[in-house]
Design a binder for this molecule. Structure first.
Ligand SMILES: C[S@@+](CC[C@H](N)C(=O)[O-])C[C@H]1O[C@@H](n2cnc3c(N)ncnc32)[C@H](O)[C@@H]1O
Length: 284
């Protein structure tokens, strides 16, 4: 069977089984086959009429079966692209989401291009946010913390592989490991899903660590903790930027108001939903 025919058949199965649209199904089939063959898109396009060798066909079928059972693409491939960075991903980390790039962009607007700036990323997972910021702001000094040792190791490996050296990593339960330290910018994409939320039983979330997703009965426990503790760790006029759930923007803004933040605002995700709330710290 030709590569073209194998891709068509896989695309159809992905559509039928996972309910993907044609474009998504084609992309996934192609990425799985590229991974098996160790080739890029251009190579695949120019060899579509070649026959797929038996060994490669078996390996492709095996990856396809895993995907058809619902396993996330990022776990099967072991990586995910985020803000132009190729990040290693494991079952111990959240899979970086395109929506989180909105948080990175909002943070970059507040970090100078050519001057030092101390940035803290709380709950770094794969290191996605910290590494994206550090790669675009070489003068920034970024500290990335997570309480999961296994997630931190993934982030450390990502930094080393990408050659990004202005990030340090620390195991810490939120601020516990940074007592006495003050930052100019604090960013976080903390767990914010309510325990028992139906979304936890669907899609990629089923395969991701609950400790990266769930935060109390209303999803706001960690956000509440971070906002309350941030004033001890932020310079006057420093910024806190938090990603949160689709229906939490007003409550997060309210918590920031209670803790002396001004200039509170939101940025929207790719679906035009306010998913990042930011505020500037004012000690007065
Ligand atoms: C939603 S994930 C975000 C991962 C990554 N920043 C991203 O955007 O892809 C939340 C992260 O917070 C970490 N985390 C949860 N509770 C924590 C705590 N008490 N202290 C530090 N990190 C924590 C989890 O291990 C997880 O890596």
């Amino acid at each position: 069977m030709s590569i073209h025919a194998r891709l068509n058949a896989a695309q159809q199965r992905l559509k039928d089984t996972l309910g993907l649209n044609s474009r998504e199904a084609r992309l996934e089939a192609r990425l799985l086959l590229q991974d098996i063959l160790g080739v890029n898109h251009a190579w695949l396009l120019s060899h579509e009429n070649d026959a797929l060798e038996d060994q490669a066909g078996i390996a492709f079928q095996s990856l396809l079966t895993r995907r058809l059972s619902g396993e996330p693409m990022a776990h099967i491939l072991g990586r995910r692209e985020f803000f132009g960075l190729d990040l290693g991903v494991t079952a111990n980390t959240l899979i970086p989401r395109p929506d989180t790039e909105t948080l990175v962009e909002a943070a970059l607007q507040r970090i100078p291009q050519n001057a030092p700036c101390k940035v803290l990323d709380l709950g770094t997972g794969t290191g996605a946010i910290a590494l994206a910021i550090a790669s675009r702001r070489p003068h920034a000094e970024v500290l990335a913390v997570d309480f999961s040792e296994t997630a931190l190791q993934v982030a450390i490996d990502n930094a080393a592989r990408l050659g990004i050296s202005n990030v340090r990593f620390l195991q810490s339960n939120w601020f516990s490991g940074v007592a006495g330290q003050i930052f100019d910018i604090i960013v976080s994409n903390p767990p914010y899903i309510a325990a028992g939320d139906i979304h936890l039983t669907r899609g990629d979330l089923r395969f991701e660590p609950l400790s990266a997703l769930v935060s109390g009965d209303d999803g706001l426990d960690d956000i509440w903790h971070i906002i309350a503790a941030t004033p001890q760790h932020l310079n006057q006029n420093g910024w806190l930027l938090l990603e949160h759930g689709y229906d939490q923007a007003e409550r997060v803004a309210g918590l920031m108001r209670q803790h002396h933040f001004l200039e509170i605002g939101h940025t929207k995700d790719l679906a035009q939903i306010p998913r990042v709330t930011f505020g500037q710290f004012n000690r007065q």
